[in-house]
Every structure is written in C-alpha cells, then in structure tokens.
Design a protein around this ligand. Structure first.
Ligand code: NAG
Ligand code: NAG
Ligand code: NAG
Ligand code: NAG
Ligand code: NAG
Ligand code: NAG
Ligand code: NAG
Length: 368
C-alpha cells in the first residue's frame, strides 16, 4: 500500500544482535526534493494530485546475490515489496544509483512476470519479479522474491525500498520478513521499528527482526491488533489539548516510509488551532512551514488508537527539510483522498512500534 515516500536519504547499516535477533541500524540525512511528485494509480494512470516533497526517510544496508552486492534501502512498514534497480535501467532515476549486476550473481533467478509498484507519494517502480539470496545483518534469506527495476519514476532519492508489511499488499510474493520467519532465520515472528528523534546525528534508529527492541525501548505500554494488513490500526480520534478534530473511527497505518503525519480529513481547524501558538504559513508543495526555532512551542497532538491516547510531542512536527535556513516544514497535512491516517515518522519517533505477524498484535513501547 501506500507510502508517501520521501525525500531524503539516508542510510546505513549494520548488523547485530543476540541470538537470532538481528538489528539493522539506520541513519538519515536531509535532501531537497526538486520536483513535485504526482500520484499514479496502479495501472499507471495519472491521478492529478498530491504535491509532496521534501522528506526524510530511514534506510539501511542489505546485500543481494552471490557474491553479495550492497544496496542502501528504505525500510518501509507501509509496503511489502523489496525492489532494487537493474543495471539495464536507463532512466534518470537509475543514473548514479547502485544497480544490480545479475550476470555476476550465481544465485539469481528471473521470471518473466512484470510488476508495477505505485506509492501514494506518486513514485512508481516497474520491473521483473526475480529471486535472490538477500542478507540483512547476519540473516540470510534464500530465493527471496523481489523486483528488479528497469523503469523508475519519481524515485529521486529512494533507490531501493524494503517493504516490511504483509503479503496481502505485496505485488511480488512473500515479503522478506515473512520469508525470514518461514525459513526460521529469526526466533519470533516479531518486527520492531525504532527511529531516532534528533535530525542532527547520523544514527537514525534500528529495525529489529525477530523480537522486541529491549535495547532502545522500555516495556510495552499499549497493544492493539492489525487486521490482515500489518501495521494497520483503528484510530478513534485526533485531538489537541482536549479539543477533538475528528472523532470518527478510521483506519491508520504506522508507516516508517512517510515523513509526515497525514490525516484523512480537512485540517483547516486544526491548523488554525496550531497557528494560535506557532505561526504556520502555506508552503506550496510541502503543506505548511514554520520557524524551526518554534518547534518546542508546538502543542502535543493526541491520537487515540483503540481507546488508548498516544501523544505526539509537538516538536516532532517541526521537520527540517533541505537546507532552507531557519524554516521547517510543519509535519502534518490533511489528504482525504488517501482514506487512511498515515502515522508517519513524527508518530513513530516518539515510541517504538512492534508488529507480530502471526498474532497480528501491534504493540507500542516508550523509548528508553
Ligand atoms: C552501507 O553501504 C554503503 C554503500 O555501499 C557503504 O558506504 C557503507 O559503509 C555501508 N555501511 C556499513 C555499516 O556497512
Ligand atoms: C548473528 O546471529 C547470531 C545468532 O543467530 C548472533 O549470536 C550474533 O550476535 C549475530 N551477529 C550479528 C553481527 O548480527
Ligand atoms: C562482474 O564480475 C566480473 C568477473 O568476476 C568482474 O570482472 C566485473 O567487474 C564484475 N562486474 C561488476 C559490474 O561487478
Ligand atoms: C524493462 O524490461 C522489460 C522486460 O524485460 C522490457 O519489456 C522493457 O522494455 C524494459 N524497459 C526498459 C525501459 O528498459
Ligand atoms: C483493514 O485494513 C484495510 C487496509 O488493508 C482497511 O481498508 C480496512 O478498513 C481495515 N478494516 C478494519 C475492520 O479495520
Ligand atoms: C464529535 O462527535 C460529536 C457528537 O457525536 C459531534 O457533535 C461533534 O461535532 C464531533 N466533533 C468532530 C470534530 O467531529
Ligand atoms: C496564522 O496567523 C497569521 C496571523 O497571526 C495569519 O497571517 C496566517 O494567515 C495564519 N496562517 C494560517 C495557515 O491560518
């Protein structure tokens, strides 16, 4: 499903862990999105819409093939496919990007089935379904399906995506973490995401495959269930200082691949309320902007998930994008056509979120 992808890049890596717990470290950086993405339907029709731009994403290293070729990939709980770029891709997005040299891998298997991946942010990636040995940290997955991209549109900063969601929204077969559980590469069917708060360091967080993250996170404070789609939860309300802006129940998705908090209703009133404390101005293409220096004055936003009030610190909504001096994006936008609330990075940075792919429990823990 959708992930409003973002701009930026980041990276990094690494491995590690205790018994069959594997951690991938991610780092992040900022970049400026030069163009405005448009939204594509899965069949390739352009749905005029969505401007969105500068963002920030979280990524880490994986290797593909034998001998291993390294890729920096964007770990995304809002989608389920892994894709990397093929060395035959001649489009602008692929120039200078890490590309896969399939002829140099002894474990590569192709199919002739073409797959199209479209994201809510408008970027599109098209290529052949393929199978390879993939390693993350010291986990190795055999014959993992993935898409080898030879056509790419709008993937200006993201040159690979690693989907962490479930098979029902996968285009290319069993998602990598499901393979890890099937192949017993991990002990437990649990995946945890932890994203670092501060934008001024290079450590971006960790994705823990096979357990909760006891290194970065405290005990679970609330648990709910996703339905068939991993990371999807029920939202009962959105409020600021007790004032409700929506009390309709809607579906929300915890999405590491989205830089903002995106709410599926008209946020005019909400913006007015924020504007009483911190001046917010329209920023075409980015939603709204504000002075970065006002970050700590932003009020907390409360998101009620299945009866539990989760707090997002206001400062999480001040998103530094690019190198615009002193000005930050306000990391919340309304987009009713998306239909679901996207609990992107501002929500995730304030807590650790785990998905159990078997019981479907989604649990929330405080950061340590
Ligand atoms: C991740 O991959 C990048 C690009 O290949 C490389 O420069 C970096 O050293 C790698 N990081 C780690 C920790 O392996
Ligand atoms: C690799 O996995 C083993 C157990 O599966 C674990 O003991 C070891 O610490 C891990 N090493 C790294 C670098 O992840
Ligand atoms: C592929 O492998 C060959 C032989 O091992 C090597 O010479 C060549 O540089 C490799 N090509 C790439 C693009 O890695
Ligand atoms: C991508 O690969 C498909 C399947 O091999 C091929 O039909 C198509 O022409 C290729 N497109 C580009 C732009 O290379
Ligand atoms: C289950 O998740 C889907 C998204 O895959 C969503 O459209 C649907 O509304 C959800 N159903 C319930 C009952 O939450
Ligand atoms: C919340 O619900 C009440 C009563 O059901 C309604 O009067 C009110 O307008 C709703 N508020 C919002 C922001 O939807
Ligand atoms: C915020 O308030 C200022 C006046 O203080 C006003 O000029 C501006 O248009 C308001 N912004 C929004 C988005 O309502």
């Amino acid at each position: 499903m959708a992930s409003m992808k973002v701009l930026f890049s980041l990276l990094v890596t690494i491995a590690v862990a205790e018994a069959a717990i594997h951690r991938i470290h991610v780092t992040r950086k900022h970049a400026i999105l030069a163009s405005i993405n448009r939204m594509f339907a899965a069949n390739g029709d352009v749905v005029p819409e969505l401007t969105r731009d500068g963002e920030l994403f979280y990524s880490g290293n994986i290797t593909v093939g034998t001998p291993p070729q390294t890729f920096v990939t964007d770990f995304d709980t809002g989608s389920s496919d892994l894709w990397i770029m093929d060395d035959t891709c001649e489009m602008d997005d692929c120039k200078g990007a890490p590309v896969f040299h399939k002829k140099n891998s002894t474990t590569y298997k192709a199919s002739n089935v073409q797959k199209v991946i479209g994201y809510a942010g408008g970027n599109l990636a098209i290529g052949l379904q393929s199978y390879e040995t993939i390693t993350l940290g010291n986990i190795s997955l055999e014959s993992q399906s993935f898409i080898l991209i030879n056509q790419s549109l709008g993937n200006v900063f993201t040159k690979s995506v690693f989907g962490l969601s479930s098979p029902d929204v996968a285009q290319s077969g069993t998602p990598p973490f499901y393979t890890a559980v099937e192949q017993k590469a991990v002990d437990k069917p649990i995946l945890t995401v932890f994203l670092e708060k501060s934008a001024d360091n290079t450590f971006g967080g960790e994705v823990t495959l096979g357990d909760y993250d006891t290194k970065n996170c405290g005990p679970t404070y609330s648990t709910t269930k996703s339905n068939t789609t991993d990371w999807f939860v029920n939202i009962n309300g959105v409020s600021i200082n007790g004032k409700q802006f929506s009390n309709k129940t809607c579906t929300g998705v915890v999405d590491t691949g989205t830089t903002y908090l995106i709410l599926p209703f008209d946020v005019t009133e909400l913006i007015k309320t924020i504007n009483e404390t911190v001046e917010i101005t329209r920023w075409p293409g980015y939603g709204w902007s504000m002075e970065c220096a006002d970050a700590d004055k932003l009020p907390q936003i409360t998101i009620n998930i299945d009866g539990y009030d989760h707090i997002i610190e206001g400062s999480q909504l001040s998103v530094p994008i690019g190198d615009i001096k002193g000005q930050c994006a306000f990391g919340l936008v309304g987009a009713d056509y998306v239909g679901v609330s996207i609990l992107g990075d501002p929500f995730i940075r304030d807590r650790c979120v785990s998905q159990n792919i078997q019981t479907k429990e989604v649990s929330f823990a405080l950061r340590k």
